[in-house]
Design a protein around this ligand. Sequence first.
Ligand SMILES: Nc1ncnc2c1ncn2[C@@H]1O[C@H](COP(=O)(O)OP(=O)(O)OP(=O)(O)O)[C@@H](O)[C@H]1O
Ligand SMILES: [Mg+2]
Length: 351
Amino acid sequence: MSRGMSNVDGNESGPPIPGLIGEGTAMERVYRLTRRVARSNASVLLLGETGTGKELIAKAIHRLSPRGSGPFIRVNCGALAENLLESELFGHVRGAFTGAVDNRTGRFEAAHTGTVFLDEINSTTPKLQVKLLRVLQEHEFERVGDTQTIRVDTRVIAASNCDLLDEAAAGRFREDLYYRLNVVTIELPPLRERRDDIPSLVYHFLKIYSEENFRHVLHVEPAAMQALQDYAWPGNVRELQNYIERAVVLSPGDELTRDLLPEPVLGGRPRRIGRSRADLETLASELIQQGVETAGPSAENLYAAIVNRVERELIVQVLAGCDGVQIKAAERLGINRNTLHKKLKEYGLES
Ligand SMILES: Nc1ncnc2c1ncn2[C@@H]1O[C@H](COP(=O)(O)OP(=O)(O)OP(=O)(O)O)[C@@H](O)[C@H]1O
Ligand SMILES: [Mg+2]
């Protein structure tokens, strides 16, 4: 009878990957792809909104791969300016630039025989993208300021929380690098698209934070679970995790009650921190719905009212995504700096 069990998909979806919660079909697909790509050396591109588990999956791919006992090196490409990032990734030789007082080994070399995880790859500059393309294609590079070519055996996993094809269309991301990274793409679904997984995530985090805080908050009031399941979760699993930790710490008893949940979950306006196009689309349709409900379809200024609200939210979100840096936000929005400034004033968003 064992021959009948050779269904490839069935075997591979198998039990969820340790540490990853969620049993729905959306996550099963993620687990199946994770297991499959783990066996290969292919580059993997992880796409998903903030807090959806991209880093968790990157680590799982590494752990389940033949390189699992080698190093796993994460580099946050969004955290460093171009020159520093280049030296961080590829290393430099003494005297390569002001401040380069010693030779330095880069992260690609450090990840030899293992995996390098390029987080927020969308933040890299075209110049750096050329160098990355070469590492992916030829497995070689030079340290900054050096002529000697270094060869490495490093697998690349990259993550982005925005659509790289959009970035490529806007001229901010090299298309050839995109296709090279994107041998296999794994899309992490936002939490609002897999609400069935919310209860198991809630219990998972209750257990973790109860242990951590010497508490026993292991029950959930039905009204609290309902609120958690109804919320839009712009910050996805990370946001859920934070709220559960907060509730455990604040709880006077052994039950997570509705009053322990923060304002956004309790039906106030959701705090929007997502940055993806999908998020904006969801927001726009929610606002339109709200606008129609409150103003009635015949209201004269409905159009302007909705457009203004969407525009304001868009600016708030993009600005938050750029840590408040207006030049960056204007660039991302594709509008002039002065226009952004005017709009900030108009909407009372000036700081
Ligand atoms: N399926 C899951 N099961 C359990 N925990 C999860 C799951 N997905 C995410 N988490 C937890 O949520 C938090 C955020 O996950 P992670 O850092 O992997 O997200 P991310 O996609 O890399 O986010 P960002 O784009 O903001 O860097 C982590 O603490 C992680 O452990
Ligand atoms: Mg991350």
